[in-house]
Write a protein that binds this ligand. Sequence first.
Ligand code: HEC
Length: 131
Amino acid sequence: MQTTSPYMRTGASRITKRIQIKTILALMIGAVSVSAVGVTTADGEAIFTQRCAACHSIGGGRSVGPDLKGVHAKRAQDWLIQITKSAQSLVDSGDAEAKKLLDEYKMIMPDQNLSDAEVKAVLDYIASKGS
Ligand code: HEC
């Protein structure tokens, strides 16, 4: 004996489909809002031009500060985020590499009021220029 009629089955699969569509919609909305608040490599280029280019080149040699080409390959990302936000704090914490840079360049890099996401975008932009 059949207990479920073909109609019921169709009904059930319609509900499943509706749930799938809702899930897809929710994921799409989620993705759009993430990209709206996210910082992209294009922003990284703008930040670099406005906030870093006065003292740094990427592949153009030493300036007020070191040439940043390939810096992502030489240093850990956490360290790069820290020194970009506040070289002074890194020196104060006793970091040997940061002290070496200070000795070599005879000036401390001024603190940058940037979020981690903004710093990562700048670092991605620098990395996109090769190593
Ligand atoms: C006023 C000049 C100045 C500006 C503006 C500046 N920097 Fe620097 N930066 C320096 C100097 C000088 C050093 C080396 C001394 C030190 O580390 O404090 C340095 C060091 C660095 C280092 C370490 C490099 C290495 O070889 O390990 C990174 C990374 C860096 N800067 C990134 C940035 C980024 C990204 C920006 C823009 C958001 C920026 N800097 C803006 C002057 C500057």
